[in-house]
Structure formats: structure tokens, C-alpha cells
Design a protein around this ligand. Sequence first.
Ligand SMILES: [Zn+2]
Length: 192
Amino acid sequence: MSIDEKKIQEHIRGIIEALGDNPDREGLKDTPKRVAQMYAEVFEGMNYTNRQIAEMFDKTFEDDLTFSQSAGDMVIVRDIDIFSYCEHHMALMYDMKVTVAYMPQGKVIGLSKIARIADMVSKRLQLQERIGTDIAEIIETVTGSPDVAVLIEGCHSCMTARGIKKTAARTYTSTLRGRFQNDTALQMRLRL
Ligand SMILES: [Zn+2]
């Protein structure tokens, strides 16, 4: 699937008309095109399945085995900044921070790849919870480790800027797989 920018342009023009404005006036005449270009960028992840994203970032380092051999080693990357759009309102989710942890089992993924995976899955119409499960699934595929945790916090503009307007409300979600599910000591280490 690839993003149909022409179709987005047509619909944005229709929305401007439905709002009662003139899509041909100076300030708006290029807006449909700009929005379509922006959507192509911020929804880039819609072009790929989780499996394709896993293949894209499947650069693991098998020589770092000494590190990953000792039981109980954990890799944790904190506070990866992402933006996303909620699928219920197509509203921006912002100020989001993602923490990804896993227990390596012979394969270590490059740390920047973890950030790029988080970035790519958030470039979809999303739910915060599903960003977590998407990242966990991809990390599991790439590293071959079933022990993966993803913690996400973020603000949803559909809550903070409209509706109930709870401007300070933050949403926290956690996706715990494998040993992270039941091992409270491991869960504590996530929050260090
Ligand atoms: Zn929403």
C-alpha cells in the first residue's frame, strides 16, 4: 500500500469547503498539497507491516554475545521521543516518550534501530497501547528474544485541547512480554 497524496488533496479541499472557507483564497490555495505532503511523511509507517519494519531494521550484532550471555542482562533505551496520531480523532499525540527494554538472547539490536522502530510504528493512525504492542512485536522478531517491555507516556490532543480539556493529563501504557510479565524484580528495574 502506498499513500495516495492526490486523494488526500481532494479531501482536504472538501474539508476546507465544508468548514465554510474558500479553498482558492491565497492562504489556503496550497494547503491541500501541503497537508498531503505532511501526511505522506507523518504516516510513512502505514506503508509497511510490522514484519517489513522488522526486516528494514534487522541489523543485529551477534558478536556482542559476551554481553548478552550472562543471565539477567537487560538492554534498556529510555525516553525515545515520538509523535503519533490517534485513530479515533486523527488528533496529534505529543510529548510522547517511549522506553524499550529487552533481555538479549544471543542477538543485540543497534540502539539507534530501536529508536527508528519506535518512530516508524508511531507514523500510523494509532492507539498508544498498539504503539507498544507493535514495537514489542518487532523487537521480538528482530532480536529473537521473547522478553520485551515497552513503556509509553504521552499527551493526546483529543483530550488536552478539546472535549474535557485536561491539559495536563498524561496517558501511561505498558506492554510486558515474556519474563517481564511476572518478574516483579525485572519490572522494578524498568523504572530505575
Ligand atoms: Zn483521540
